[in-house]
Ligand binder design. Structure first.
Ligand SMILES: [Zn+2]
Length: 54
C-alpha cells in the first residue's frame, strides 16, 4: 500500500511556482531552468558587499 502524497508537502520552485515530486527533482529543475540562479547560490560564499561576520 502506498501512502497518500500530500500536495502541500511537495517542494515548490519559488522562482516559477512549479511543484515537484521531491527536493531532488526541484534541484534538477532549478539547475536546468534557472541555471544562473542555481550557480549564484552554489558559489555563494563571502562576497564583497555581503555583511561580513568576524
Ligand atoms: Zn522554477
Amino acid at each position: 500500500m502506498v501512502l497518500p502524497i500530500v500536495d502541500q508537502h511537495k517542494p515548490k520552485c519559488f522562482l516559477c511556482s512549479g511543484s515537484f515530486e521531491n527536493i531532488e527533482e526541484l534541484r534538477k529543475h532549478q539547475e536546468r531552468d534557472h541555471k544562473d540562479f542555481a550557480e549564484f547560490h552554489k558559489d555563494r560564499g563571502p562576497a564583497p558587499g555581503d555583511v561580513a561576520v568576524f
